[in-house]
Design a protein around this ligand. Structure first.
Ligand code: SF4
Length: 325
C-alpha cells in the first residue's frame, strides 16, 4: 500500500485512509541536513527538515504539501522539481469564515481524491468513508481521554504517533512518570523529533505542560464528528471538522486561536504560556506581541534556531518558571 506523507494538520488522515492508502503525518528530524538552493539563514528549520525528508523519498510514497506559509510553498516548489515522490499541493485558504473558503477547501479535497486515485487508490463510498471516520474518531477520543493521566511529553508523543501510524497505543505513554509543577501552556508551530526535549526542560525547571498548543499536539486534533451529520453525508462533516475548527496562527482572522486558548487556559488553570517559535517564522513571530498584550498569564517568547542551543532555552525556561513559582 502506498504511503501518503504530509506535515499539515489540515490534511485529513481519514480521507487518505478511505482511499485505501496509508496516511502518515510524519515527525521530522531537523538535524538531518540537506544542501538546498537557498541560503541557510532565513529558512525555517522545520521547512528545511521537510525538504530533507521529501528528497529522501522514493516513488513508493507520495507527498501532500500545503500552502499555510511562504516557506512551505517554497519547499513544495523545490520538492516538485527534485523529489522522486509524486507531490500534491493542497491549497488551504487562510480565511475560514466564508462559504467560499469552505467550498474551496472541499474542492481541494476533491482534487486530492483524484490525485490519490491516480496513485492507485479508490474513491470511497459514503459508507466506506463513514466507517473510516468513526474508527479515527474513536481513536482520537481514546487519546483525549488519556490526557490527565499522561505526562506532557508522553501525551504529545502519543498524539504524534497517532498521526504518524494511525494507532492509539497508550501503554508506553502511561508508563512515563507524571510530574506535578506550575501548569503551563506550550504554544507554537510544529515540533521535530528532537524538540520533545522541551517538555523535560520545563519539568526540570519545576513546570508542567498541561496544554500542548504546538502544531504537533492537541491543538490540531479536529473536533469530534457530529453523528447525525456524519451519517447524513460524511464528506462535508469531515471537511468542517478540519477546516472549520482547527485554530492556527496563519488563519485570518485568527480569533479561533485566542478563543481556544482562553477557554483552555481557564479550564486548566494555566499560569504561564511558553510561545515557542522558529527564527524566521513570520507567522508565529507576528503573534508574540499580540499574545503578550492579550494574555492574562505571563508569556515567554522562546525563539529556536537551527542548532537549538539547549542551555540557552533551559536557562530562559528556568527563569520564567522561577518567576511563576
Ligand atoms: S514554523 Fe512557521 S515558517 Fe516554519 S513551516 Fe511552520 S508556519 Fe511556516
Amino acid at each position: 500500500m502506498k504511503t501518503v506523507v504530509y506535515v499539515s494538520p489540515f490534511v485529513p488522515q481519514e480521507w487518505i485512509a478511505a482511499h485505501g492508502l496509508q496516511p502518515s503525518r510524519v515527525l521530522l528530524e531537523h538535524t538531518k541536513r540537506v544542501a538546498i538552493a537557498q541560503p541557510a539563514a532565513g529558512v525555517c528549520p522545520f521547512a528545511r527538515a521537510f525538504i530533507a525528508f521529501g528528497l529522501s523519498l522514493t516513488d513508493e510514497s507520495a507527498i501532500v504539501a500545503t500552502t499555510e506559509c511562504d516557506q512551505m510553498r517554497r519547499a513544495a516548489e523545490l520538492l516538485a522539481g527534485e523529489s522522486s515522490a509524486p507531490l500534491f499541493l493542497l491549497n488551504v485558504p487562510t480565511t475560514w469564515q466564508t462559504t467560499t473558503a469552505h467550498r474551496l477547501y472541499i474542492s481541494e479535497l476533491e482534487r486530492l481524491s483524484a490525485f490519490m486515485v491516480r496513485l492507485g487508490g479508490k474513491a470511497p463510498t459514503k459508507e466506506e468513508l463513514t466507517d473510516v471516520m468513526l474508527r479515527y474518531d474513536a481513536l482520537r477520543a481514546e487519546i483525549r481521554g488519556a490526557r490527565g493521566s499522561l505526562s506532557g511529553r508522553a501525551y504529545s508523543e502519543a498524539i504524534s504517533r497517532f498521526h504518524r501510524e494511525g494507532a492509539a497505543d497508550l501503554s508506553a505513554a502511561r508508563a512515563a512518570p507524571l510530574a506535578r509543577g506550575v501548569p503551563l501552556a506550550l504554544l507554537g508551530g510544529p515540533l521535530t523529533g528532537e524538540h520533545f526535549r522541551i517538555f523535560d526542560l520545563i519539568e526540570e525547571a519545576g513546570g508542567q505542560v498541561v496544554l500542548d498548543g504546538t502544531e504537533t499536539g492537541e491543538r490540531t486534533l479536529p473536533r469530534a464528528f457530529e453523528r447525525r451529520r456524519l451519517h447524513e453525508d460524511p464528506f462535508p462533516e469531515l471537511a468542517d471538522a478540519y477546516f472549520g475548527t482547527i485554530p492556527d496562527a496563519f488563519r485570518r482572522p485568527n480569533s479561533q486561536l485566542y478563543h481556544w486558548l482562553k477557554g483552555e487556559t481557564a479550564r486548566r488553570g494555566i499560569r504561564g504560556i511558553i510561545l515557542r517559535r522558529y527564527l524566521w517564522c513570520d507567522t508565529w513571530h507576528a503573534e508574540v506581541q499580540r499574545m503578550k498584550e492579550w494574555s492574562p498569564a505571563p508569556v515567554l517568547d522562546l525563539d529556536v534556531g537551527d542548532d537549538d542551543c539547549e542551555s540557552r532555552a533551559a536557562s530562559r525556561i528556568q527563569s520564567f518558571v522561577g518567576m511563576l513559582r
